[in-house]
Design a protein around this ligand. Structure first.
Ligand code: NI
Ligand code: MN
Length: 227
């Protein structure tokens, strides 16, 4: 059993077994966020898909305040560590079992620069995050194009968090193909309507997914309980 709460754009909170895992905490400056970082419950881990500002967001501040561990690709984890956060570095293809669940990093096709890194030395591969907690597996694709690598996750995902906003990531039609590849039980659209350039209609996504998955449209602040 886990509870998944959407906090706008690509930020999700996973709660399972009294532990809380926060993904891509872009809250400060996020026009779609329902809360600021000061309103979060106690966080155990902060997971990052990549270093762009709309994903890295408040990660270091939240991790430092809560004594939470930042989990990211090696270079991005180093950046967060150099900013003062406790980190656990991983890389694409690797999984690690933490006290609060298991994380596997999977490929994503996107940009790798890290917001606030003036040297360029922390530039990394963006990734997707496969998180297993509370007996369920959640796949946060990160910002990505449609990729054939997604097929490797076919049948292994309960809940898929998929961008539909286009321009920087998959749009609706490719997101539907991503659902065909992965075959999750539940699909939740993300990374849309935060800014004008990523405007998209989640009802159109739901219609096009049809009976391939249950599409759950969460507004910022809303939760899904999955058991
Ligand atoms: Ni990005
Ligand atoms: Mn983004």
């Amino acid at each position: 059993m886990l509870t998944l709460t959407f906090h706008g754009h690509a930020c999700f909170l996973i709660e399972a077994d009294d532990r809380r895992i926060l993904i891509d905490p872009f809250l400060t400056g996020n026009p779609a966020a329902d809360i600021g970082p000061d309103k979060l419950p106690k966080i155990d881990a902060v997971l990052l898909s990549h270093g762009h500002g709309d994903h890295l967001g408040d990660a270091v501040a939240i991790a430092t305040k809560h004594g939470a561990t930042v989990v990211a690709t090696y270079e991005l984890a180093q950046f967060c560590n150099d900013q003062g956060a406790t980190v656990h570095s991983m890389h694409i293809g690797g999984a690690h079992r933490f006290p609060w669940g298991t994380v596997k990093l999977v490929p994503a096709f996107h940009g790798g620069a890290v917001e606030g890194d003036l040297t360029g030395k922390y530039t990394t591969n963006p990734c997707g995050l496969v998180v297993t907690a509370g007996g369920k597996t959640v796949y946060h694709t990160g910002d990505t194009a449609l990729t054939v690598e997604m097929r490797l996750l076919e049948g292994r995902v309960d809940v898929m968090l998929v961008p539909i906003g286009d321009n920087y990531t998959m749009g609706i039609d490719d997101a539907v193909r991503a659902i065909e590849f992965v075959k999750p039980q539940i699909a939740i659209p993300m990374h849309y309507n935060t800014f004008d350039v990523i405007k998209a209609d989640p009802q159109e996504f739901r219609r096009k997914v049809g009976n391939r998955a249950d599409v759950v449209i969460l507004r910022p602040g809303e939760s899904l309980k999955h058991s």
